[in-house]
Write a protein that binds this ligand. Structure first.
Ligand SMILES: O=C(O)[C@H](O)COP(=O)(O)O
Ligand SMILES: [Mn+2]
Ligand SMILES: [Mn+2]
Length: 559
């Protein structure tokens, strides 16, 4: 697309007027599944979302939010916020990080690029450190990709390799970290047999060590830095499997929040601090929870915590995590190039835009929505508001999170008449769903519903239009099931709690006094997904979507 103004000009919609305030509400982790006791959404009191469902099929329907519909490698891949918000904002389906890394590994191209060559320069004299999430969740990283990379690096000259493993339990079952570590150890042992000095050097639970996001709590990244770079942690072990097993026995321990540990040798010396002359690869493909570490590793000027020692390293990300900041500068696989997003089109067509969430999801409705791009397209026309999240707690402790504050700020934005689009992410069903606490998740869903109510009332007052949807499932199924759909029990006879997202579709509802009576969901797009939503709200703003966007979900019939 050229840079001339005309290239951005959207055609007028033949039937739908401009000038209506449109609220685009994303309920994070709100899928649709049969009502049952493990469906926190169906158990919760959610009168507003229930009433919208009565509008089916004309004003309420389901759309796909997982697998190929959001650019993931297979139909077994659950949806997630990154790919979900990318699809919602971009209106098209892009092959996502998981898939791009698969392809680069399969073809071997990953080793031909500038990024790998850069880290390879350290193989002769230094250590290769691999930092990332060790699980098969497929949301931020994948263990099979790490194993291929280990093998590939060893074949290409890496003589000393250290893995800094973050345990998951959020995109996968809690407790599964032991098995993933065993798999990793197995492969490292094979490398050792081949003469490569390959070991795990440190570890910790992803939510407590390293993988914070949107600068909510730098202490999380500092804990990781201390273990990974300085070789300092409260717990020392000789064996990483033993480390996980032991630390999981502590009160309230879980994979997500496992305490940081370092692996030490027989003399008690850490086996793998990061030193001058080493290479570092962060092997997560997803950006949000790697950007903070990338800044700590890459920036010379850095004041978020005392790094104590800043090693001179060759650092590359699995992907470039922020295209605007060019962070990190070196990367193994090029990220999807998500251009011409709906946000940019609408702003360039004069649509005044407001976006809001609390810190833990703020980048979802801004950065991910705008195709992994930070900042405004046009400061004069946009306002992005971040409500500070609680930090240092698990969200089941405060399941209401900041839903009310997000809704209030958005309501005020609507009533101010200063904006044509207000978009928001209400995080509760997702963030509390990830804790696996069913009771708290039920409260979380109610809080999200209350938030929707406030927005819908404001839209009612200004004669506007609302579009409510979600980015993927989570709270609608809180139990691991067998192929027949029956809840699975663990060896003690307890149900296995599902902390992760799901494969379920998500609802989409439209309405409000500004919606013309003839507007309804088309019936000829039964497999429509998140990528069809952008064209839909562009129509509600009175524009036709660009021709290469996935088709709109709505039609206008003459009444
Ligand atoms: O990062 C997380 O919290 C989870 O891995 C995925 O959740 P999200 O995709 O909803 O952010
Ligand atoms: Mn999400
Ligand atoms: Mn989530």
């Amino acid at each position: 697309m050229g840079s001339s103004g005309d290239a951005w000009k959207l055609k007028d919609h033949p039937k739908l007027p401009k000038g209506k305030t449109v609220a685009v509400i994303v309920l994070d982790g709100w899928g649709e599944a049969k009502p049952n006791e493990y469906n926190a959404i169906s158990v919760a009191e959610t009168p507003v979302m229930d009433s919208l469902k009565q509008g089916a099929p004309e004003h309420w329907r389901l759309i796909k939010a997982h697998g190929n519909a959001v650019g993931l490698p297979t139909e077994d891949d659950m949806g997630n916020s990154e790919v979900g918000h990318n699809a919602l904002g971009a209106g098209r389906i892009f092959a996502q990080g998981a898939k791009l890394v698969d392809l680069a590994l399969a073809s071997g191209k990953i080793y031909d690029g500038e990024g790998f060559k850069y880290v390879q320069e350290c193989f002769e004299k230094g250590t290769l450190h691999l930092i990332g999430l060790v699980s098969d969740g497929g949301v931020h990283s994948r263990l099979d990709q790490l194993l291929l990379l280990l093998k590939g690096a060893a074949e290409r000259g890496a003589k000393r390799i250290r893995v800094h493993a973050l345990t998951d339990g959020r995109d996968v079952l809690d407790g599964s970290s032991v098995g993933f570590m065993e798999t990793l150890e197995n492969d490292l042992a094979k490398l050792r047999e081949q003469g490569v000095d390959a070991r795990v050097a440190s570890g910790g639970g992803r939510m407590y060590v390293t993988m914070d996001r949107y600068e909510n709590d730098w202490d999380v990244v500092k804990r990781g830095w201390d273990a990974q770079v300085l070789g300092e942690a409260p717990h020392h072990f000789k064996d990483p499997i033993e480390a996980i097993k032991k630390l999981r026995q502590e009160p309230n321990a879980s994979d997500q929040y496992l305490a940081p540990f370092v692996i030490v040798d027989d003399n008690g010396k850490p086996v793998g601090p990061i030193l001058d002359g080493d290479a570092v690869v962060t092997f997560n493909f997803r950006a949000d929870r790697m950007v903070m570490l990338a800044k700590a590793l890459e920036y010379e000027d850095f004041d978020k915590f005392d790094r104590v020692r800043v090693p001179k390293i060759h650092y590359a990300g699995m992907l470039q995590y922020d295209g605007e900041l060019k962070l990190p500068n070196k990367y193994l696989v090029s990220p999807p190039e998500i251009d011409r997003t709906s946000g940019e089109y609408l702003v360039r067509n004069g649509v005044r835009t407001f976006a809001c969430s609390e810190t833990v999801k703020f980048g979802h409705v801004t950065f991910f929505w705008n195709g992994n791009r930070s900042g405004y397209f046009d400061e004069k026309l946009e306002e992005y508001v971040e409500i500070p999240s609680d930090s240092g707690i698990t969200f089941n402790v405060k399941p209401k999170m900041k839903a009310l504050e997000i809704a209030e700020r958005t309501r005020d934005a609507i009533l101010s008449h200063k904006f044509d689009q207000v978009r928001l992410n209400i995080p509760n069903s997702d963030m509390v769903g990830h804790t696996g606490d069913i009771k708290a998740t039920i409260e979380a869903c109610k809080a999200a519903d209350d938030g929707v109510k406030m927005i819908l009332e404001a839209i009612e007052q200004v004669g506007g239009i609302f579009l409510v949807t979600a980015d993927h499932g989570n709270a609608e199924d809180m139990v691991k099931r067998n192929k027949k759909g029956e809840p699975l029990l663990d060896k003690n006879g307890n149900i296995q709690i599902l902390t992760s997202h799901t494969l379920e579709p998500v609802p989409i509802a439209i309405g409000g006094p500004g919606l013309l009576p003839g507007v309804r969901f088309r019936t000829d797009l039964p497999t429509g997904g998140l990528a069809n939503v952008a064209a839909t709200f562009m129509n509600l703003h009175g524009f036709e979507a660009p021709s290469d966007y996935e088709p709109t979900l709505i039609e206008v019939v003459d009444n």
